[in-house]
Design a protein around this ligand. Structure first.
Ligand SMILES: C[S@@+](CC[C@H](N)C(=O)[O-])C[C@H]1O[C@@H](n2cnc3c(N)ncnc32)[C@H](O)[C@@H]1O
Length: 422
């Protein structure tokens, strides 16, 4: 006789996430039967086979912080450096940090504490003068702001007042070979794409060729489904090719990432929230609660549209984490530990952003979470560093980077081989 389980039972027994089960079903790898209430039931043996094949067998890849043992004479100035995710990644690729500019005292202390040799300027980027400073690369994850559109075409001075202007001013003063701008994917659609269009034309006006692309961290040795928009500028007198990180054909699960994480401080749930979160299975969210509790927890959101899949969300062991934000227990973006009844703690946050366990964060716990949540994952930073070195002809690593190809179709259609396979 067959042994059927519901989706919730499967998530508890096999520690699979609802997303994984849905994806397998969609790909025809497992098949659901329906009970008399039209709820889906799965054959437990079939689920176990899929688990053995796609999760324990090959799906899960070891967690590692990637580092090159070469050191190149390539110098970078970084604006808006935060706690150093990008800076450490670039360092791991062999690039040197010349100056790091960061306004937040805790983040600047983190940079100095972990790399005393770095020249950290703890100040508003608007106050920094770059005249006389030489660097090959200027980078910055500038906070995204709208421009005020006075005329049909904006020039350098029209961008004044935005933090992108500060990146541009540094570029104008230093004239680096390569510019690296990093931002959230949402910049693509900000003001219907106009903000990005203006940024590209301002960089072009400064004498740079520009290309941009979304990098998906989960396919770049980061156990997290984080996406960042990468904007490259290459000075027009240089005939460098553009490179972007090459996606790997595997992902890294939280199980791998959190193995033997050292103890650390972490936020706790208030008593009632703890009772509610206790009922959510790994990979589950508010819909896994009994109806009355759904209403209690969600309040007005219960009656609004949209999946709200980030609410009361417990992470799944067998998948990369959802994108980390500045705090692990925000109502819309809950990041509960897969098994324990608490939000991810500080060191788990750091692991998921691929910071080494030795990288210490300064300031109060809330500030530490914020610094980590704001960072570029260190491994993504490494791949960006390898892109720079390949552009400059100092490295040749075609397994890690690929030449820019214009995207002709919707980016979302471009599933990597791994996702197509399951
Ligand atoms: C998205 S975070 C950068 C994260 C960083 N790239 C990393 O990988 O860790 C943006 C940073 O810009 C800093 N920032 C915001 N306004 C600034 C300003 N006017 N001058 C300098 N830094 C600023 C913030 O404190 C924050 O740490």
């Amino acid at each position: 006789m067959k042994n059927y389980v519901s989706v919730t039972e499967a998530t508890f027994e096999l520690k699979l996430s609802v997303d994984t089960i849905r994806r397998w079903e969609k790909k025809g790898l497992i098949k659901a039967e329906r009970d008399k209430n039209n709820h889906r039931l799965f054959d437990k043996d079939e689920l176990q086979k899929a688990y053995d094949k796609y999760i324990s067998g090959g799906d899960s890849h070891p967690y590692q912080i990637i580092k090159s043992n070469k050191l190149h004479n390539v110098k970078c100035i970084e604006l808006f450096a935060g706690a150093g995710g990008l800076a450490l990644g670039l360092k791991n690729s062999g690039i040197k940090s010349e100056i790091l500019v960061e306004i937040d005292k805790d983040a600047a202390s983190t940079l100095k504490h972990n790399c005393p040799e770095w020249n950290v300027v703890c100040d508003d980027a608007r106050n920094v003068d770059y005249t006389g400073i030489k660097a090959d690369v200027v980078s910055g994850g500038f906070p995204c702001q709208a421009f005020s559109y006075a005329g049909s075409k904006l020039g350098f001075e029209d961008a004044r007042g935005t933090l992108f202007f500060e990146l541009l001013r540094c570029v104008k003063e230093v004239r680096p070979k390569i510019v690296l701008g990093e931002n959230v994917r949402g910049l693509l659609r900000h003001e219907n794409g106009r903000t990005l269009e203006v940024m590209v034309s301002l960089l072009e006006e400064q004498g740079y060729r520009v290309h941009y692309k979304v990098a998906r961290a989960q396919y770049l040795d980061v156990p997290q489904k984080r996406e960042r928009l990468i904007i490259w500028g290459i000075r027009k007198d240089l005939d460098y090719d553009f490179y972007f990180p090459k996606e790997r054909d595997y992902t890294i699960s939280i199980r791998e990432a959190l193995r033997n994480t050292p103890d650390s401080a972490g936020q706790k749930y208030p008593a009632r929230k703890a009772e509610i979160m206790h009922l959510i299975p790994p990979g589950g969210y508010w819909r896994d609660l009994p109806l009355e509790l759904q209403k209690e927890y969600m309040r007005a959101s219960f009656y609004m549209g949209g999946g709200k899949t980030g609410m009361a969300r417990r992470l799944a062991w067998d998948e990369p984490s959802l994108t980390l934000t500045c705090a692990p227990a925000q109502k819309q973006t809950e990041r509960c530990h897969p098994e324990e009844n608490r939000p991810l703690n500080v060191r788990e946050y750091a692991r998921i952003q691929t910071f080494p366990d030795t990288w210490e964060f300064c300031g109060k716990m809330t500030s530490q979470y914020k610094q980590i949540g704001n960072a570029v994952p260190v491994n993504l930073g490494y791949y960006l560093g390898m892109c720079i070195l390949n552009m400059m002809g100092l490295e040749n690593t075609p397994h890690e980077v690929e030449k820019y190809k214009p995207v002709t179709k919707n980016y979302d259609d471009e599933l990597p081989l791994f996702a197509q396979a399951i």
